[in-house]
Ligand binder design. Structure first.
Ligand SMILES: [Zn+2]
Ligand SMILES: [Zn+2]
Length: 214
């Protein structure tokens, strides 16, 4: 029985634990969900709730209806790239090495603008949560928490990736917002420099080895 329960944990068959919270780190029912949201005590991943505000979505008039946005797609991409780079660089400098950072393009309240940062080490994620909860961003307080999400392939909407999601912004799986090719290239260069550094280090060690043996 215990084995069966372990095998269905966090899946749709699990009637106790919420599969959406387990896989995506957010569920549309929030605290009123009838299933349990098991908040992790340790995790590599930090969720910053609703952190990114898309200038195209925020153009609303006083009665709440959308104004025709005068932000072009290029301006929106530049705004997003700057946000992504700022958050990534600051969090890596302050808390530790980042494995992956993802931002949701969904429109539902529980997913809109969510930023997920997966650190290489759990203690770096913990330090980030403690510090970021005392911070403000764009005039609003930051809400940070440890998230159960570690496998983003499981959290993402497969139909969206194939351009076929019919639920568009209100899908309950992650629709990730892509950074521009230019920014991707910068990150790849950084990764590449790290690899070169590691390779150089290994070569140096190999040269050192024989001396140790003598
Ligand atoms: Zn739930
Ligand atoms: Zn979808």
């Amino acid at each position: 029985m215990a084995e069966y329960l372990a095998s269905i944990f966090g899946t749709e068959k699990d009637k106790v634990n919420c599969s959406f919270y387990f896989k995506i780190g957010a569920c549309r029912h929030g605290d009123r969900c009838s299933r349990i949201h098991n908040k992790p005590t340790f995790s590599q991943t930090v969720l910053l709730q609703n952190l990114y505000v898309n200038p195209q979505n925020s153009a609303k008039s006083a009665d709440g209806s959308h104004l025709v946005s005068n932000v072009t797609d290029e301006e929106m991409q530049e705004h997003y790239d700057n946000f992504f780079e700022d958050v990534f660089v600051e969090c890596e400098d302050k808390y530790g090495e980042i494995e992956e950072m993802n931002v949701c393009d969904n429109l539902g309240d529980h997913l809109v603008g969510n930023v997920y940062i997966k650190f290489r080490r759990e203690e770096h994620a913990e330090a980030a949560v403690n510090d970021l909860n005392n911070r403000w961003f764009g005039g609003r307080p930051v809400y940070a928490e440890l998230s159960p999400v570690t496998d983003f392939r499981e959290a993402c909407c497969r139909q969206y990736e194939m351009g076929e999601c019919t639920r568009s912004g209100f899908c309950n799986f992650m629709h990730l917002k892509p950074i521009s090719r230019e920014l991707r290239n910068i990150f790849i260069v950084v990764d590449h420099a790290d690899i070169v550094h590691v390779v150089a280090h290994v070569i140096m060690l190999e040269h050192v080895e024989p001396d140790h043996l003598s």
